[in-house]
Design a protein around this ligand. Structure first.
Ligand code: BV8
Ligand code: ZN
Length: 254
């Protein structure tokens, strides 16, 4: 492990441009359940079955019950040392882009915590591929508002509605089968193509198009460093793969 830690530190230390891609694993030590880990996300439901426009159209109450539960969990969660180490790297190293699949807002919170008054946090940090659980969006007119933490998913009648047009609100996240924001995808792949090092942390790399980002780093001549206690489809193409928890590995290599 120490050889690999040294190697990871050296690769990151001399990189001009770094692309960091994070998944649910970076927030595991903050107490946010991962999607596919044994912690499983919720009862017997698979995220792919609930996080879809079809599920919301069919049973908005159940979908809102799931998101209200996730928001209540999130209210207790704080950034862990992995989020803080990444925020410090981005502050210290302007050539860093952080792209996350997570909707938990913990990268934002960590950046706010580490930036000093005289410093300016990068407004594009993090690039949120799949939206944010702490925002609501109208399912008809698209109006965005800060998340409601008092959603009553007890009955269809009590679900939150848009103040402008009266349609149902939904969490401002990207569901399966929905397109990611084109400008966000473009920025993520642009950062990947110009990266010397791709640091991939805590993702099972099964969700597309996010899972194609590390490949874009390699195709453009960059190298991958992976941090994940388990092997993934990316492990074979990583020059260094650190089989540990992000909360302890990242402070060590950054
Ligand atoms: C789209 C928001 C098309 C909602 C999420 C091929 C190409 C393109 C699309 C597809 C394709 N094949 C299939 C598709 C469809 C689909 C897809 O990828 N399905 C998967 C299941 C196969 N993709 C889509 O639908 C995407 N849209 O392509 O649209 C389109 C185009 C034009 C017009 C219309 C449509 C949309 C995908 C976005 C879905 N939304 N989230 C919500 O959160 O409720 S994705 C969801 O999964 C989360 O964002 C999560 O982050 C993400 C990925 O999971 P991971 O982050 O990797 O988490 P996971 O639990 O899987 O893994 C955790 C890892 O951490 C593990 O490896 C574990 O070992 C590790 N770990 C655990 N503890 C730690 C740790 N690591 C470090 N430290 C630790 N302590
Ligand atoms: Zn509306």
């Amino acid at each position: 492990m120490t050889g690999d830690v040294e190697r990871a530190r050296e690769l990151i230390g001399r990189a001009e441009r770094i692309l960091v891609l994070t998944g649910a694993g970076v927030s595991a030590e903050s107490g946010v359940p991962t999607f596919r880990g044994d912690g499983g996300l919720w009862r017997s439901y698979r995220p792919e079955a609930l996080a879809t426009p079809e599920a919301f159209a069919r049973d908005p109450r159940l979908v809102w019950e799931w998101y209200a539960w996730r928001r209540s969990c999130l209210a207790e969660c704080r950034p862990n040392p992995a989020h803080v180490a990444l925020a410090r790297l981005a502050l210290r190293h302007p050539g860093t882009s952080l792209v996350t699949q997570n909707v938990d807002g913990l990268h934002h919170q960590a950046a706010d915590a580490v930036v000093r008054p005289e410093e300016v946090a990068d407004p594009a940090y993090p690039l949120e591929l799949h939206g944010a659980l702490h925002r609501d969006r109208c399912s008809r007119c698209g109006r965005r508002t800060p998340a409601r933490y008092d959603v009553d998913a007890g009955s269809p009648e009590s679900l939150p509605r848009c103040e402008e047009c009266g349609a149902l609100l939904r969490p401002d996240v990207v569901w399966f089968g929905e397109a990611l924001a084109p400008e966000v995808i473009a920025a993520a792949f642009e950062a990947a193509r110009s990266a010397d090092v791709g640091l991939v942390v805590g993702t099972s790399a099964v969700v597309h198009p996010a899972a194609a980002i590390p490949e874009a780093v390699i195709r453009s001549g960059g190298v991958l460093v992976e941090v994940n206690p388990e092997t993934t489809t990316l492990t074979a193409s990583a020059v260094v793969s650190l089989p540990g928890a992000a909360g302890s590995v990242l402070p060590e290599i950054l």
